[in-house]
Design a protein around this ligand. Structure first.
Ligand code: 16Z
Length: 451
């Protein structure tokens, strides 16, 4: 059907900026704001829900919530320390919340008083983070929530002429803020939109289309995900013809494509993930802490996404004072140590074209390369690894990607079998670099049943 505000392309972008994003594979999400101070608690009660939703889960009147800004001193905030830890964790890009659903802005916006300049901290946190992360060679993306609980013109639904007029004012405000962000921080590589699921936004597909056009005029090469977009009829992520809007699919929130399905890699996509089960903002309570993921689980997720040519955006929720939770810092270091040894299987890699899903982990491969990586994340209890080679291929060598690199000679079987005892190795996730070649012509022919 004819759409004015549907998908702008049918095939993935092939420009250098998109290729760079694709090759990053692993990124850091950061959710930080006023909600990090109460950290899931209000008047002594632990609220067992996402900490960044506390204003709603605890039914806190908006003015009372806004008062938190007067306590926001962030005395332990150190952009360079965040960036240095991010670099050690192995991320190649980072996405920071500039304004979450509560409407509080981490930059001194000229369009509202509800921002970090009007706090005891009196700082442009976004400006400091952009500079620090870029000094550490990490590309920066900005998260912006269209949903805004603070702004008086926000509407969930448009049920009257007054609603329409108010929401038009709100969309003008949001567009002004987005242009302001793009003009203040022109070195950012993309915008990550959230809070676009309400009827009011879905009824304004044209505005979402105009946002993408306007920001890409201001920052050529900019990357915007499908989550911003609604089409003429209110369809989200994919337009009413089924075509992906934006530059990559960003519907995977706290979930990965499961079961493993090769069709996922026909488009660029990114999964975003929390360390605790279900809080993006820092939650100080046992409810969150007991659901934290391990380094091994998160490494499996990184490899899972890479094996389907997708990116993995892992969220960190710094504490209210601006410090990083030591448990999160330790986890970041563990992941970074693994990537320092095995990153060749992740960075710049994607789906291994001819290799089927093995079950014990994932195959990854650089497009058009003979080298395939086997990332073993679920060791078979038999502690032997069976690799089913693609038809017509044979294995020339298999090298373990860790110091000291072990050269393993597979037994000569049509399906090469590794006899690898892990012994007392503490390492849970091993990577083999597999070198293959086209099998010589078979020296024997299939027996002819008719003879
Ligand atoms: C209603 O379910 C929701 C709504 C919004 C979210 C937000 C989180 O606060 C976080 O910002 C995540 C990226 N986003 C989808 C998550 C679950």
């Amino acid at each position: 059907m004819e759409l004015n505000y549907g998908a702008s392309r049918q095939q993935p972008r092939q420009d250098a900026a998109m290729q760079r994003f694709r090759e990053h594979r692993f990124g850091q999400f950061v959710h930080w704001g006023l909600y990090a101070m109460p950290a899931g608690y209000w008047q002594g009660t632990e609220y067992r829900f996402a900490a960044e939703f506390l204003q709603k889960t605890a039914n806190i009147p908006e003015p009372e919530w806004a008062e938190l800004a007067q306590q926001f001193s962030a005395e332990a905030f150190d952009a360079d320390a965040w960036a240095a830890l991010a670099a050690r964790s192995g991320v190649k890009y980072a996405t920071f919340t500039t304004k979450h659903h509560d409407g509080f802005c981490l930059w001194p916006s000229q369009y509202t008083d509800f921002h970090s300049g009007n706090t005891p901290a009196a700082r442009d946190f976004i400006g400091e983070l952009v500079a620090a992360y870029q000094r550490h060679g990490i590309d920066v993306y900005l998260y912006y929530s269209v949903l805004d609980w603070h702004h008086p013109d926000w509407r969930y639904r448009l049920e009257s002429a007054e609603d329409q007029q108010a929401f038009k004012r709100y969309l003008d405000f949001a567009m002004n803020q987005l242009v302001e962000l793009a003009q203040r921080y022109p070195s950012v590589k993309g915008f990550w939109f959230d809070g676009t699921w309400d009827e009011s936004v879905k009824a304004n597909g044209r505005w979402t289309w105009e946002v993408e056009q306007r920001l890409k005029e201001l920052i050529p090469g900019l990357i915007v995900s499908s989550r911003l977009r609604a089409d003429d009829l209110g369809a989200r992520h994919r337009d009413s013809n089924g075509s992906l809007m934006g530059d990559y699919e960003s519907g995977y929130e706290r979930r990965l494509p499961d079961p493993w399905d090769r069709s996922v890699c026909e488009q660029d996509w990114e999964a975003c993930m929390t360390i605790p089960q279900a809080s993006w903002g820092y939650h100080a309570g046992p409810w969150a802490k007991r659901t934290r993921k391990s380094a091994a689980e998160l490494i499996d997720m990184i490899a899972h996404c890479t094996s389907l040519s997708g990116n993995f955006l892992l969220n960190f929720g710094p504490r209210g004072d601006g410090s990083i939770d030591p448990e999160d810092a330790a986890l970041a270091e563990q992941i970074g140590n693994w990537l320092a040894q095995n990153g060749a299987a992740i960075y710049g890699k994607g789906v291994a074209t001819n290799w089927s899903y093995p079950g014990w982990g994932y195959y990854t491969q650089e497009a058009d390369s003979e080298t395939v990586y086997a990332v073993v994340t679920k060791w078979p209890t038999a502690r032997r690894l069976r690799l089913q080679l693609p038809a017509g291929e044979r294995l020339l060598a298999a090298t373990l990607l860790r110091e000291p690199a072990l050269q393993l000679n597979p037994q000569e079987l049509e399906t090469s079998l590794f006899e690898l005892e892990l012994g007392n190795s503490s390492e849970e996730t091993l990577v083999f670099e597999l070198t293959t070649a086209a099998a010589e012509e078979q020296s024997w022919t299939e027996p002819n049943p008719d003879v």
